[in-house]
Design a binder for this molecule. Structure first.
Ligand code: R5P
Length: 286
């Protein structure tokens, strides 16, 4: 049986359809005082898959409630977008390592369970789960979508060194070149990029990254590449967090189109990770 949390309902239905499994009926509500309420209305199986992204604190509470409902069952937990993954270190004294705190809150419910994350920002997040865990990679799904556009002499670019492996995977799938830009983060919302010599003049460019949050990184990269004579600039990102006016920033910078997966259900989520999740569940040996 598949349970779709409130943040991943459509994705959970797609996974259930691929696997021909029942999708549970659930009731998610908010009490007048702001507390979350969860009820799994369908009768539970012994073997459960919970799919719930955690873009907000409330989604973490819903996930804890679902795990509590299923606490006597064998649970495979899929967190397509794991919020707080970027707080994977203590950057300043006195800070919480929030990614660890959240994993540690979920872990006691997964004694005989397994957890799947997708393009997790920091692999160290997996180490905070004592149960078995796996990071799934959605890069080739995005690369196949881009490939279907029939771009002219495209080059794949990573906006920083952190996403080079992703750019390499995408470029190899598409049979094209790849490179990266050098980025310096000035603040939570401001990013500058040192100009780097990339042969983008007259070429279509596809920038691959794990996520787009404020859009600052991508907007700067788009402008820089357009100034260097790039033809059309496309974005491919696994997690479309897209806070505030991110979409406006991207289009004002001159992006041709944005492609993202449905780890978060947004207007740009045109590539589904359902087949990736279904495959992982189908071939699981635990
Ligand atoms: C950073 O290391 C990530 O891979 C993304 O580049 C970053 O989180 C994107 O954030 P924003 O859209 O706010 O620039």
């Amino acid at each position: 049986m598949i349970i779709g949390g409130p943040a991943s309902q459509l994705l959970a239905c797609k996974v259930a359809a691929i696997l021909s499994e029942e999708i549970a009926l659930c009731d998610y509500r908010i009490f007048p005082d702001g507390e979350a309420y969860t009820q799994v209305v369908s009768e539970l199986d012994d073997d459960i898959v919970i799919i719930q992204s955690t873009p907000s604190d409330r989604d973490i509470v819903y996930l804890l409630q679902l795990l509590d409902v299923c606490k006597d069952r064998k649970v495979s937990l899929v967190i397509p977008y794991f919020g707080y993954a970027r707080q994977d270190k203590i950057f300043r004294p006195g800070e919480a390592m929030t990614a660890r705190a959240i994993a540690s809150a979920l872990d006691p419910f997964l004694e005989d369970g397994y957890v799947y994350l997708i393009n997790i920002h920091a692999k160290s997040v997996l180490s905070h789960f004592k149960c078995g865990s796996k990071n799934l990679d959605a890069t080739v799904l995005l690369a196949d979508k881009i490939q279907s556009l029939g771009l002219e002499n495209p080059v794949v670019i990573s906006p920083d060194k952190g996403a080079v492996a992703m750019a390499q995977t995408a470029a190899s799938r598409m049979g094209v070149e790849y490179d990266y830009l050098q980025k310096t983060r000035l603040s939570g919302t401001e990013v500058s990029m040192a100009p780097k010599e990339i042969a983008v003049k007259g070429r279509d460019v596809v920038i691959f990254d794990d996520m787009i949050a404020t859009g600052g990184t991508m907007a700067t990269a788009i402008s820089m590449l357009r100034n260097q004579g790039a033809n059309r600039v496309y974005l491919a990102a696994v997690h479309p967090v897209l806070t505030g006016s991110a979409v406006l920033k991207l289009y004002r910078s001159g992006v041709e189109a944005v492609f993202a997966t449905d780890t978060l259900d947004k207007g740009v989520s045109t590539v589904s990770v359902a087949p990736l999740i279904a495959d992982a569940l189908k071939t699981a040996t635990h």
